[in-house]
Design a protein around this ligand. Structure first.
Ligand code: SAM
Ligand code: SF4
Length: 331
């Protein structure tokens, strides 16, 4: 199979796969899910062996980068085994993880040893009480210590991810930048997306644009827009005198769909062609060879790519159009 098989109808090469290995999580971040969220029944989810087989099929077809996410990927039992299998697959250039950091102090070294090259760690505030409110759990020290422990390991650049919400944690924009840069890490500020209906706040009221974040930080740092292309949607700025970079992910204010190279697989094996649309194909019957149409998993992946829409449209003033939460989607 040639690498060109992973091209969508708009000519975009899709070489980046995000795999959600669980929709479960030890946190309940207010922007991501409600406290009493209903998780997928265990019998619906793919086994780790099935996830590894599917990842290897994608790699064979031209996928160069895989990010493991969730839910919280590190709560999945035996995840290190699966990571090692995927990392060792010839053709893969990079295996990365997005985590909430709660288990990093314990698992950081093992993640490095099994072949994970970079980590994104989510942290939205450096005020402990605010952290407890935003995550609805009390693991602030654990997360900060986890981040400090990975900063001391020889990973490629690690990154802090912060969802910024007006009048909630916008006072943390500068402290979070200082924290990340002090640890030689990058930081990305994310505009909150309307994925799933939440009760904790009104997403339209808490919207804060990336431009406002950059304007605020420009008062404290000399920032210059980086022209470097990265696998993800982050627009980076170099920071004078620092190794770490400041970045923004702007699904509302600066649509990045034209350069989208990503698709996502949920833990039940549904291939999502776009974060902000429902276009998808259930790969499970092809992974388990229970499909009626005699297609292989590779055929099904090609068929699914034809469904990738040109772009997403988010409108915070409407009821959420996408009912799945980010935790089910795989951020
Ligand atoms: N549990 C891990 C974590 O928190 O890093 C991985 C999964 S989480 C769904 C991935 C990323 O999505 C996190 O950085 C999180 O802050 C972000 N996220 C969750 N819900 C979001 C939303 N509604 N809008 C924007 N980002 C969101
Ligand atoms: Fe869990 Fe990550 Fe969602 Fe927070 S953002 S609830 S840590 S999946």
């Amino acid at each position: 199979m040639s690498e060109s098989s992973l091209v969508d109808p708009f000519g975009r090469r899709i070489d980046y796969l995000r795999i959600s290995v669980t929709d479960r999580c030890d946190f309940r971040c207010t922007y991501c899910m409600d406290e009493d969220v209903t998780f997928m029944p265990k019998e619906h989810i793919l086994s780790l062996e099935e996830i590894v087989t599917t990842a290897r099929t994608f790699i064979k077809m031209g996928t160069k980068r895989i990010r493991i996410t969730g839910g919280e990927p590190l709560v999945r039992k035996n995840i290190l085994w699966a990571l090692e299998q995927i990392a060792n697959t010839p053709g893969l250039e990079e295996l990365t993880i997005t985590t909430n950091g709660s288990m990093l102090k314990k698992l950081g070294q093992s993640l490095y040893d099994v072949g994970v090259s970079r980590l994104n760690v989510s942290l939205d505030t450096l005020i402990e009480e605010e952290f407890n409110r935003l995550t609805r759990r009390n693991k602030f020290k654990q997360v900060v210590e986890g981040i400090e422990s990975i900063a001391a390991l020889p990973f490629n650049r690690c990154k802090i991810n912060s969802v910024i919400m007006k009048n909630q944690n916008d006072d943390q924009i500068l402290p979070l930048a200082k924290f990340a840069l002090a640890h030689n890490m990058d930081i990305s500020y994310i505009e909150e997306m309307p994925l799933g209906a939440i009760t904790a706040h009104d997403r339209a009221e808490s919207y804060m644009s990336s431009d406002d974040v950059i304007e605020l930080l420009s008062n404290h740092y000399q920032l210059s827009k980086s022209s470097a292309t990265t696998p993800g949607p982050t627009q980076y700025y170099k920071v004078e005198g620092e190794q770490g970079r400041i970045g923004v992910i702007s699904p509302h204010s600066h649509n990045f769909c034209s350069s989208c190279n990503r698709i996502r697989m949920t833990v039940e094996g549904r291939l999502l062609l776009c974060l902000g649309n429902e276009h998808s194909l259930d790969l499970k019957p092809y992974i388990r060879a229970t499909n009626q149409d005699k297609l292989t998993l590779e055929d099904a992946i090609i068929k699914a790519l034809a469904l990738k829409p040109e772009q997403h449209y988010f409108n915070l003033d409407e009821e959420p159009q996408i009912l799945r939460f980010m935790s089910a989607t795989g951020g």
